[in-house]
Design a protein around this ligand. Structure first.
Ligand code: PLP
Length: 391
């Protein structure tokens, strides 16, 4: 069994479950294991802790508690929002999304096309940003929903979600935000955003995998994705995952304690890593807009190497980074996000994502700065000895 990695710079894939989160959920696995829908005490006592957890996650996004639906993950939340928008507006058979979305959105949209719906997939600029005029032009009388990321999981690039929400309101189109990468790193206020649906997943904010939420703006017509019992006020069938709901509540409470100073420190650490690598490694470039992005993410291209080989060598040193979304790792195709930004296959295949966490340190950054240049050089020489041979 392998232990904790020495250096974990892959926090966009998942985060470590915080000890306080484990502590909060444990009693609900060991002693309080009842079913909250049962009529007797052993079950009924669970209603209050679930309500308390719902209040905490609602506070994280500044929502009314009634607007929060617990789901099994971000993927379920996204699928629920998009399908609900179509099923509650049967006359509308068109959706809009972007080319750089997480596979949860893109695969959901592909399935819709197979079922006879129409989907417009908006391109992005070379810096990963979106042309809002193009988005507005794509809206049609039969558009049911626009669904976009807030923060891209591969590049960290942020979309101007408040402006997109305003465009959608103007055209009476529902708007869903995939905000899975944002908690703790950005302030989330669903009122200010003016959004109809918003998805989160606990494992990106030091909670466990397998629990997410969907915010549904009050009075928005809603169609449940999972039909069954009356849990979640009839909006999601299935016995509540009590320990994970409690854990999500605790994780939300911790995320709310992250101050702007902590975010700035994280951004400074990311910048130290990014500028250090760009300086030390010839021919390296940053992928994505530097100004509008998450404070923890940098995506860099090192032409002349295969990122999978770099990952393996870094892994041997106990360093975890990634070559894109964890959900598409193992696929031979270059990242759809980077290719949508205009990178060719060689550039995309030579790109790495570094996503730091609030517990990352300067010493860890400096160790990567020390190790990675030599790894890239070795791999470049192995791949093209004539081009990269030592001068
Ligand atoms: N959306 C984004 C931006 C993500 O990064 C992820 C997970 O990597 C998801 C959605 C899917 O979330 P989950 O793993 O909880 O299904």
């Amino acid at each position: 069994m392998s232990g904790t990695p020495r250096i974990y710079f892959d926090n966009n894939a998942t985060t470590r479950v915080a000890p306080a989160v484990v502590e909060a959920m444990l009693p609900y696995l060991t002693e309080q294991w009842g079913n909250p829908s049962s009529p007797y005490q052993h079950g009924r006592v669970l209603v209050q802790p679930i309500d308390a957890a719902r209040e905490k996650v609602a506070a994280l996004i500044h929502a009314d508690t009634q607007a929060v639906v617990f789901t099994s993950c971000g993927t379920e939340s996204i699928n629920t929002a998009i399908n609900s928008a179509l099923l509650t507006q049967p006359g509308k058979r068109h959706c809009i999304t972007t080319a750089v979305e997480h596979s949860a959105t893109l695969k959901c949209c592909e399935a819709l096309v197979r079922r006879g719906y129409e989907v417009t997939i908006l391109p992005v600029e070379t810096d990963g940003s979106l042309d809002l005029k193009e988005l507005e032009c794509a809206i049609r009388p039969d558009t049911a929903i626009v669904s976009t990321l807030w923060a891209n999981n591969e590049t960290g690039v942020l979309f101007p979600v408040e402006e997109i929400a305003a465009i959608c309101r103007k055209h009476h189109v529902l708007y869903h935000i995939d905000a899975v990468q944002t908690p703790g790193k950005l302030d989330i206020d669903v009122e200010t955003l003016g959004v109809d649906f918003l998805s989160l997943s606990a494992h990106k904010l030091n909670g466990p995998k397998g629990i997410g939420l969907l915010y549904v703006k009050p009075h928005t017509p809603f169609w449940p994705h999972l039909l069954g019992g009356q849990q979640e006020q009839g909006r999601r069938g299935g016995t509540e995952n009590v320990p994970y709901i409690i854990a999500f509540g605790k994780a939300a409470e911790l995320a709310m304690q992250i101050t702007p100073a902590k975010r700035s420190k994280l951004a400074a650490l990311r910048d130290r890593l990014e500028s250090g690598l760009l300086q030390r490694i010839e021919g390296s470039t940053r992928n994505g807009n530097a100004a509008h992005r998450l404070p923890n993410t940098t995506n860099l291209a090192f032409v002349g190497v295969e990122s999978e080989a770099v990952l393996m060598l870094l892994d041997q040193l106990g360093i975890c980074v990634s070559s894109g979304s964890a959900c598409t790792t193992g696929s031979a195709a270059p990242s759809h996000v980077l290719t949508a930004m205009g990178l060719n296959a060689v550039q995309a295949r030579g790109s790495l994502r570094f996503s730091l966490g609030f517990e990352s340190t300067e010493a860890e950054v400096d160790y990567v700065l020390e190790q990675l240049p030599a790894i890239i050089e070795t791999l470049r020489i192995a791949a093209s000895p004539r081009k990269y041979a030592v001068k």
